[in-house]
Design a protein around this ligand. Structure first.
Ligand SMILES: [Zn+2]
Length: 336
């Protein structure tokens, strides 16, 4: 495989805590020989499990960016047994701009794996994470939220790949230790370029989250991310477990294609439900209004199935095809 063009200005093999940049080559009019500084931290002490902590794969998801920033400040090498590699702004150009995709190439980092060594900036980052960071670790913990266009009840997530080899670590066990109230199992599709596929290729586990969103940092959700990460690290014996809050009991859930409600018209959406509500098939999800064309009646939107409201669009303005809401259902225990 081609060698990454992204270089790291700290030694990822070195013992101790090192804070630096992964240098993303970026030759532009303002800076011919320049590079973009992707913040990266390595905290290594002795031998033990190794975890890659990522946030900002989508630049408008802030809970994880804040949680990882706080963990970088909090952890010293002496507290660690093993290694943490931490990137709070994984798709740095997107995180800097506060946008889901990169303003440089419109790249959605979680659709671009395995990336390309000589591709666009987002492709180069995907290639770097897959070929330079994943081979160094046993687990990827990848913090996501709803970003600016969605808002989620707090979930840990795992993509169940058809060809996954879970090895010694089991994703659901790790999700229970993370301790969010919900554990969302996502049926993997191959070939969409997700980081989960990259982890599977590297024969390591990846668990993620969907925690909040709406372009906001809900303090309780950021605290959950931070405590959840620490509980997973304690389970892996990387840090001590003393003083950590107990995990929330986790309900395993899944979302099927019929659970998603999409806008059938461009207009202003008023939701009829709240996160956590239980709804039946045919219940009113909300109405779309058209204040610019007053002769047009509001369009009601209905749920196509029953379930719990897990995710909402926090913006009233919508266009045809926007996801307005989605439901989820408990996974039957027999399925596991
Ligand atoms: Zn995301």
């Amino acid at each position: 495989m081609a060698k990454s063009r992204i270089t790291v200005d700290i030694d990822l093999e070195a013992q101790g805590k090192h804070v630096g940049f992964a240098r993303l080559p970026h030759s532009v009019n303002r800076s011919a020989y320049g590079w973009l500084p992707i913040p990266i931290v390595s905290i290594k002490n002795g031998t033990g499990k190794r975890v890659l902590l990522l946030a900002g794969s989508h630049g408008d998801e802030y809970e994880g960016q804040v949680a990882l920033t706080r963990l970088v400040h909090a952890f010293e090498a002496e507290q660690i047994q093993g290694q943490l590699i931490i990137l709070p702004m994984t798709n740095y150009p997107a995180a800097l701009a506060g946008t889901r995709t990169s303003p440089l190439d419109d790249g959605n980092l979680n659709r671009l794996y395995p990336g390309r060594a000589d591709g666009t900036p987002s492709e180069m980052i995907a290639h770097f994470v897959e070929t330079q960071l994943m081979p160094r670790v046993d687990l990827v913990l990848d913090i996501h939220s709803g970003g600016s266009s969605l808002n989620y009840l707090p979930c840990s997530t795992s993509v169940v790949q058809p060809d996954a080899q879970s090895g010694a670590l089991d994703a659901v066990t790790l999700m229970r230790h993370f301790g969010a109230p919900y554990g969302l199992l996502i049926k993997g599709k191959s070939g969409i370029g997700s980081i989960s596929e990259a982890a599977t290729r590297n024969k390591i586990l990846r668990i993620g989250t969907e925690v909040g969103g709406r372009g906001w940092v809900e303090r309780a959700y950021r605290e959950l991310c931070e405590a959840g990460i620490k509980r997973v690290l304690a389970h892996l014996e990387i840090i001590a477990s003393e003083g950590l809050p107990a995990p929330h009991e986790m309900l395993l859930i899944e979302a099927l294609p019929d659970d998603y409600v999409y806008a059938p018209a461009n207009g202003l959406f008023e939701s009829a439900v709240r996160l956590g509500d239980q709804v039946e098939q045919g219940d009113l999800a909300g109405s779309i209004y058209f204040p610019a064309t007053l002769d047009r009646s509001p369009v009601p939107v209905f749920f196509g199935t029953a379930g719990m409201v897990l995710c909402e669009r926090p913006n009233a303005m919508c266009e045809v095809g926007d996801c307005l809401l989605h439901l989820a259902h408990p996974v039957s225990t027999q399925a596991r």
